[in-house]
Design a protein around this ligand. Structure first.
Ligand SMILES: Cc1ncc(COP(=O)(O)O)c(C=O)c1O
Length: 387
């Protein structure tokens, strides 16, 4: 049954939308930045209206309602037991990642799997930590990684940090319980602090299973820092509200102390209001959004198969990002970006996710009305066929 409209959305031009500004032309379609061209659930809009009608916007703190809504969501959706006191609300997942990494790790290297969401490459640099990378490779229709290489790096003594992207941006890969337990155990044995970014963890495509690090046994995962948010799930990234969940009390104190000393602002009143409403009332919207998204992915797969078979992608298990392989066109990202943008469609260049591994790939955000997706794909077809 369709209760929500994912086929239309209000015009986002001239609304300070990062995605819909800085376009090359009025007509360019942005499929780059990872936010959705779907209106957030009504429960969020109503909660924000109600709060704004109160007319009082004085200093606020994060109330019990938010903590409880988050814990209930984690339990119901992911089977994770989280306690209120284990949560540090942050104004953005990457803010939480950088500050917790600064508080909990030294100058050892940070391991990141490539391709990688660009801030995973810049956060270690900001903290003057060497970046250590390993590549995921396409194998039998799946993005795979090399266990032996992971083990060698973990035991090398050169890293003290592992940034895990679970689910993985840009490939949409999910990690199994077994893989997670193995990675976390090796990390623990070698005193490596794990940061699990689970911001995409609520957008799980039908038939797939997401395993949150928060649902794993404490003896394996109790020292991990888990970063998550309702921002991808309900399209709220402009409200900058997220959580760092830190079970280890000593680590949590260190992160809190550093944040307090740095006068780091937490999420604001409106973000907390929206997040609480979304966690309480957004589940049905999310389910329908995921089934619409699945059809968008089916549509893209069919379109490429029929019109542009040289462009392929491995089906994501989660989230709305498609990591498109353009390598058979023979064009590099610079040329692809320029040609596609001149042809009216803006995708993220793969090289932003790793200079070498991303070459010839482009990331497409598929969370938009199907008519817009179709138009974008037709423009891609025209550009590639024109040569
Ligand atoms: C894996 C991942 N982490 C974090 C973020 C950004 O989170 P925030 O805006 O809360 O810092 C994104 C946004 O695309 C992302 O894909």
């Amino acid at each position: 049954m369709k209760n929500f409209d994912f086929d239309t959305f209000p015009d986002r031009k001239n609304t300070c939308s990062s995605k819909w500004s800085e376009l090359k032309s009025e007509k360019e379609i942005p499929m780059s930045i990872a936010d959705m061209d779907f209106r957030s659930p009504d429960c969020v809009v109503e909660a924000l209206k109600e709060r704004s009608q109160h007319g009082m916007f004085g200093y606020t703190y994060v109330g019990d309602d938010f903590y409880q809504a988050f814990c209930d969501w984690e339990k119901k959706i992911h089977g994770s037991d989280v306690k209120n006191e284990e949560i540090i609300p942050t104004a953005g997942v990457i803010t939480g990642l950088q500050w917790s990494m600064q508080a909990l790790t030294g100058k050892g290297g940070a391991l990141v799997m490539l391709p990688a969401y660009p801030p995973f490459l810049s956060v270690p640099k900001n903290l003057e930590k060497p970046l250590v990378t390993m590549e995921m490779k396409p194998e039998n229709g799946k993005w795979n990684w090399d266990k032996a290489e992971f083990e060698r790096i973990a035991k090398s003594g050169k890293i003290d940090t592992f940034i895990l992207c679970n689910p993985h941006n840009p490939t949409g890969r999910l990690w199994s319980r077994e893989e997670l337990c193995w990675m976390l155990s090796i990390s623990r044995e070698n005193n490596i602090q794990v940061f699990s970014d689970e911001i995409h963890g609520d957008i799980i495509l039908p038939g797939e299973e997401f395993v949150s690090v928060l649902s794993l046994p404490m003896e394996i995962a109790g020292d991990a820092v888990v970063l998550t948010a309702p921002s991808k799930t309900f399209n709220l990234p402009g409200l900058q509200t997220s959580c760092a969940v830190i079970r280890n009390a000593d680590s949590r104190k260190r992160v809190k102390d550093l944040m307090a000393k740095s006068h780091l602002p937490g999420p604001n009143l409106m973000g907390i209001t929206a997040a609480t409403a979304a966690y309480r009332g957004g589940e049905e919207w999310l389910r329908e959004m995921i089934s619409y998204l699945k059809e968008n992915i089916d549509f893209t797969e069919k379109f490429l198969r029929e019109h542009l078979p040289e462009i392929t992608f491995i089906r994501p298990q989660a989230t709305y990002l498609l990591w498109l392989d353009f390598r058979k066109t023979g064009w590099k990202c610079d040329k692809l970006s320029e040609k596609l943008r001149d042809g009216g469609v803006f995708l993220s260049a793969g090289t932003n996710f790793g200079k070498e591994v991303g070459e010839g790939f482009m990331r497409l955000t598929a969370a938009c009305p199907r008519s817009l997706l179709k138009e974008a794909l037709e423009r891609i077809e025209k550009v590639i066929k024109q040569g």
